[in-house]
Ligand binder design. Structure first.
Ligand code: DAT
Ligand code: MG
Length: 147
């Protein structure tokens, strides 16, 4: 069973998309194991996006992700890391298919509504920087065998 880190970005919170986004992953059948509304500090933003620190948009990215509260989540399920990426759609919403979160709700790359881990290594790293172990809950649902 895999875990992934997903985050509704400040634009998604401002646009009242938290419920819609949580609902998509719930209906898919994944288990929510941790969640919190939080404001990302500059330090945390720079750590989270460290792989992009040489990119020209890095400053803008850090400013944006710290500009208002985000909704940070950990989800668990079979192949949840890659499937969540598929459900999110392409990084640039202009290329994201209709039916995906970015395809349905975003129009420009800087404000693309949601973050999701892109590999098992990123998932472990990102869950570790956003959540303490005691904030995560492992549990079974009786419906699991039907999903
Ligand atoms: P993703 O969020 O799909 O994993 P990424 O890791 O390549 O995409 O980039 C992280 C975020 O940086 C992305 O969600 C939005 C922003 N970004 C990426 N490319 C950009 C660009 N060319 N101009 C401005 N922001 C960009
Ligand atoms: Mg990424």
């Amino acid at each position: 069973m895999e875990r992934t880190f997903l985050m509704v970005k400040p634009d998604g919170v401002q646009r009242n998309l938290v419920g819609e986004i949580v609902s998509r992953f719930e209906k898919k059948g994944y288990n929510l194991v941790g969640a919190k509304l939080m404001t990302v500090s500059k330090d945390l933003a720079e750590t989270h996006y460290a792989e992009h620190k040489e990119r020209p948009f890095f400053g803008e990215l850090v400013d944006f992700i710290t500009s208002g509260p985000v909704f940070a989540m950990v989800w668990e399920g079979e192949k949840v890391i890659s499937t969540a990426r598929t459900m999110m759609g392409a990084t640039n919403p202009a290329d994201a298919a209709p039916g995906t979160i970015r395809g349905d709700f975003a129009a420009q790359v800087a404000m693309n509504v949601i973050h999701g881990s892109d590999s098992p290594e990123s998932a472990v790293r990102e869950i570790g920087i956003f959540f303490k172990e005691e904030e995560l809950n492992t549990y079974d649902k009786t419906i699991s065998k039907w999903v």
